[in-house]
Design a protein around this ligand. Structure first.
Ligand SMILES: Cc1cc2nc3c(=O)[nH]c(=O)nc-3n(C[C@H](O)[C@H](O)[C@H](O)COP(=O)(O)OP(=O)(O)OC[C@H]3O[C@@H](n4cnc5c(N)ncnc54)[C@H](O)[C@@H]3O)c2cc1C
Length: 358
């Protein structure tokens, strides 16, 4: 029966495409994935990223498992870290539950991409590397990642003797409109400036970021490699291209405030595949699951754009008063009436994002 039906073709083997492929294969369909690169995760080789644990009440790993996705990748729960303001003052970030899970990206053993790939292969998914597709004729899903750069994160991947942990700096001189970060897991580190404007001077911001973290945290860097990646927040999110669903960052399912897009990517991939398996309305599922959080992130972004260094310091003090960083972020990302009232204002500040969802 399965062999007689046309395979489901997935374009892109990032978290969104692989999650879609796994879901479709678990649903009994033959699946072919087209990946333009020569291996999975090639955009992120050895990057450390945070799988956020604040946009839902339930733990992110439990949610992945319930969706039928593997959690068999190296991960470190992050319950405490430090954020510095522009005056070098440390602010504790802590929570009774993981704020996020550190994971590695790229093709290497133990990475998120590799775990998803292994799960897909075990389910019989065929991966065609070096296969770039712009259109599909049969049933399929597009998950090609970002098209342009609304934000960039630039810095270094390295080996280090520093203990596992995370550190953040909110300072316009290091990361305009964004934040600088240092992540360490199992002797590997990532130090980056995530900036939302002035990309042409990214080298300057990276060097300032490294110098500041060296002074504030102190760490060694061995086998240093430069890395730069882009994030894209197209608005309105477009969940469909002609007949085919679009998943992940290509559709605009990204966190416009801080760029934590992996969770949206994987869940939109799962929903896109389910729509092909059982005919559920993908647009409606996306609207129900993601419209309000994404709009809230848009409002948060517009507010953050106006804060500047004094505002960032106020934000850090504010999260300290709540006594639990995860709870603070949960509140910040939760769709709320007041923030929803600010949506027209936020959308005027970002005209490209101002049209209706879907
Ligand atoms: C430096 C950096 C740090 C980040 N840190 C975090 C973080 O800490 N936490 C977090 O949640 N998110 C983070 N993100 C965002 C996160 O990486 C993305 O949201 C996520 O990877 C999006 O997944 P995706 O599957 O939609 O796209 P991608 O991961 O970009 O995968 C798309 C794939 O499609 C392939 N492709 C593209 N076009 C075609 C085509 N025409 N045919 C075939 N294949 C094609 C590409 O080669 C690629 O492999 C970060 C992003 C960057 C750049």
């Amino acid at each position: 029966m399965t062999g007689l039906r046309a395979p489901i073709e997935v374009v892109g083997a990032g978290p969104a495409g692989l999650a879609a492929a796994i879901t479709a294969a678990r649903g009994g369909r033959r699946v072919v994935v087209h990946e333009a690169g020569r291996e999975v995760g090639h955009r992120f080789r050895r990057d450390l990223q945070g799988l956020e644990n604040w946009t839902g009440d339930r733990d992110a790993l439990d949610v992945l498992r319930d969706a039928g996705l593997t959690t068999d990748f190296d991960h470190a729960p992050c319950l405490k870290g430090v954020a510095f303001d522009a005056w070098d003052r440390p602010h504790a970030l802590c929570s009774s539950a993981p704020i996020f899970y550190l994971v590695e990206r790229g093709p290497g053993r133990g990475s998120l991409d590799r775990a998803l790939l292994d799960q897909a292969l075990c389910l019989g998914v065929e991966i065609r590397y070096g296969s770039r597709r712009q259109r599909l004729d049969g049933p399929g899903i597009f998950a090609c990642g970002p098209r342009t750069a609304d934000a960039i994160a630039a810095g270094y991947h390295f080996e280090t003797g520093l203990v596992d942990g995370f550190w953040v700096i909110l300072d316009e001189a290091l990361a305009p409109g964004g934040y600088a970060y240092l992540l360490v897991m199992g002797g590997r580190g990532t130090v980056k400036s995530c900036m939302f404007r002035d990309f042409a001077r990214h080298r300057l911001y990276v060097e300032r970021t490294v110098e500041r973290f060296r002074r504030l945290v102190g760490f060694d860097m061995l086998e240093v490699r430069f890395h730069c990646g882009v994030a894209n927040f197209p608005r309105p999110p477009a969940a469909r291209s002609r007949r085919q669903p679009i998943a992940g960052e290509q559709a605009g399912f990204q966190d416009a405030l801080a760029g934590f897009g992996m969770r949206y990517a994987m869940f939109s991939g799962v929903m896109a595949a389910r729509s092909l398996l059982d005919g559920t309305d993908y647009d409606a599922s996306c609207e129900q699951a993601m419209k309000r959080p994404i709009e809230t992130a848009d409002v948060n972004r517009a507010i953050y754009d106006r804060l500047g260094n004094r505002g960032y310091r106020w934000l850090l003090r504010g999260q300290a008063w709540t006594g639990d960083t995860r709870r603070f972020l949960r509140w910040l990302y939760r769709p709320a009436r007041l923030r929803h009232l600010l949506l027209p204002w936020a959308q005027r500040r970002h005209p490209a994002r101002s049209r209706r969802f879907a």
